[in-house]
Design a protein around this ligand. Structure first.
Ligand SMILES: Cc1cc2nc3c(=O)[nH]c(=O)nc-3n(C[C@H](O)[C@H](O)[C@H](O)COP(=O)(O)O)c2cc1C
Length: 189
């Protein structure tokens, strides 16, 4: 798949079919992530690819975040229907058979925010590669609400949780979320 096509066709998928994607496809997705740039070439990340019981255990932890996100959504005026959709998605991550979790090294040295940016480059590479493989994904920071528990589960308490993504064959084409006309300035042309 052409890169521009992958960029424009990638969507956040929130409903998946139960079939397991081929292991080779998942390995290519992860490899694409690992080829992301990183600040000072620290490659400051770890990836966990979870299926079966490991996936279920992580999803159970993400479930714990529902009690935290509901009051936030209520306070910020998220419509009731959208709240229900969020809760339903958190409950089983849309039934995705695989979840990928990305952790990055802690801040605290000269690399600072670069670790987050490096991990984000890795995430986006994986999402685009998933699209090229015909797989759906959904970048989720929601797990950060239960970051401590997730890091303990992953055995990465010395790191920070960047994001997770469910990954699998999509069961429903999500609507295209229109992009807003943000300022783009071309200077010196
Ligand atoms: C940093 C980040 C965090 C996100 N966290 C969540 C999340 O926790 N749950 C979720 O359903 N979607 C999450 N998303 C997906 C966005 O909602 C989605 O990208 C946006 O609505 C645009 O839709 P699209 O990805 O289909 O183009 C996140 C995306 C990013 C980049």
């Amino acid at each position: 798949m052409d890169l521009y096509e992958a960029i424009h066709k990638r969507r956040s998928h929130r409903l998946y079919r139960p079939e397991m994607p081929p292991r080779e496809a998942l390995e290519r997705v992860v490899d694409a992530g690992l080829w992301a740039p990183s600040g000072m070439n620290t490659q400051c990340w770890d990836i966990a690819v979870l299926a079966g019981k490991a996936r279920d255990d992580l999803v159970n932890l993400i479930n714990l975040s529902i009690a935290k996100i509901v009051p936030i959504m209520q306070q910020t005026g998220v419509p009731e229907k959208s709240q229900q959709r969020v809760v339903a998605f958190f409950k089983d991550l849309g039934g995705a058979p695989v979840v990928i979790a990305v952790t990055v090294w802690q801040w605290g040295d000269a690399t600072g925010a670069a670790n987050i940016q490096s991990g984000s480059a890795l995430m986006q590479n994986m999402l685009l590669a998933a699209q090229a493989e015909g797989l759906g994904s959904c970048w989720m920071t929601a797990g950060s609400l239960v970051e401590k528990e997730v890091l303990e589960f992953l055995g990465k308490t010395d790191q920070q949780l960047l994001a997770i993504t469910p990954i699998g064959y999509s069961a429903k084409d999500p609507p295209v979320v229109p992009r807003k006309p943000r300022e783009v300035r071309w200077l010196g042309f």
